[in-house]
Write a protein that binds this ligand. Structure first.
Ligand code: ZN
Length: 260
């Protein structure tokens, strides 16, 4: 599934098998699929799966606005429970009142599929509409990118409190979900690894002057050298408010000059 997989070819007398050339810092739309055939298990190897609603977030609204409708692909299937995969292919009640996803011709439990044209990643929309339509919600499932694209520059890290997500604004004004490892998502103010992962990420952005924004797939742990002020900031629930943090803002957090 990686975009830099090279086919078998012959070099001199040595046959070279299919090989994976995974270079996250030089590619975009890269995705590594983890497959265990015996158990029928298919999932992302590195990209973090996210699930969120719009919840009045202007960032989710902006992102939804650029998505393009498409037929379901293998990556959409990897985003949903195995038993729900058939629903990716059923029409919405708005398009067909007799759809297998429709409930009494007015409720709906369909799944719609899109892709993000900027980063190539799949998006599934889970439609929930009660019979009669008194309650209607859409929940979006997608994967984070593993890195920004080769020519993208860092403009701001966005804390999106409405949707509970983290975004990067690039120098060209493009919104990207912040690259996050499958096992190591970001969070503010709560226990667990989320605040620590976010602190590590802020530290890397500041240290690299915004050049190092990709996922560290080596999964090395470096807790010992986490700057105290960043750790204090991400551990404070008061920091979980919507904010666009530039490189200068992040450096101020590291120096202890910006309070939550
Ligand atoms: Zn529907």
């Amino acid at each position: 599934m990686d975009s830099r997989t090279r086919g078998a070819r012959t070099m001199g007398r040595h046959k070279v098998d299919l090989q994976l050339a995974y270079e996250p810092r030089e590619e975009w739309a890269h995705f590594v699929l983890h497959i265990e055939p015996e158990g029928g298990h298919v999932a992302s190897a590195f990209n973090r799966a996210l699930s969120f609603e719009e919840r009045d977030s202007p960032y989710v609204h902006e992102w939804l606005g650029r998505l393009r409708s498409c037929e379901p692909t293998a990556l959409h299937c990897a985003l949903v429970e195995k038993a729900k995969i058939p629903r990716l292919f059923h029409p919405c009640v708005y398009d067909d009142k007799d759809s297998p996803a429709a409930v009494q011709r007015s409720g709906c439990t369909c799944r719609q599929t899109w892709y993000d044209p900027e980063f190539g990643l799949p998006v599934v929309g889970e439609h929930y509409r009660t019979v009669g339509g008194a309650i209607e919600t859409w929940t979006y499932l997608t994967y984070t990118p593993l890195a920004l694209r080769a020519n993208d520059t860092f403009e701001a890290l966005i804390v999106d409190a409405q949707a509970g997500q983290y975004w990067i604004r690039t120098g060209d004004g493009i919104l990207a979900l912040a690259p996050q490892d499958r096992l190591r998502g970001f969070n503010i103010g709560y226990g667990g690894g989320g605040p620590t992962e976010l602190a590590r990420y802020i530290q890397r952005i500041v240290a690299s002057r915004g050049r190092d924004t990709g996922v560290d797939v080596t999964r090395r742990h470096r807790d010992a050298d986490l700057p105290r002020h960043i750790h204090d900031w991400v551990s404070n629930k008061a920091a979980a408010v919507t904010a666009e943090l530039t490189l200068e803002d992040l450096a101020a957090i590291q120096r202890g000059h910006r309070r939550a």
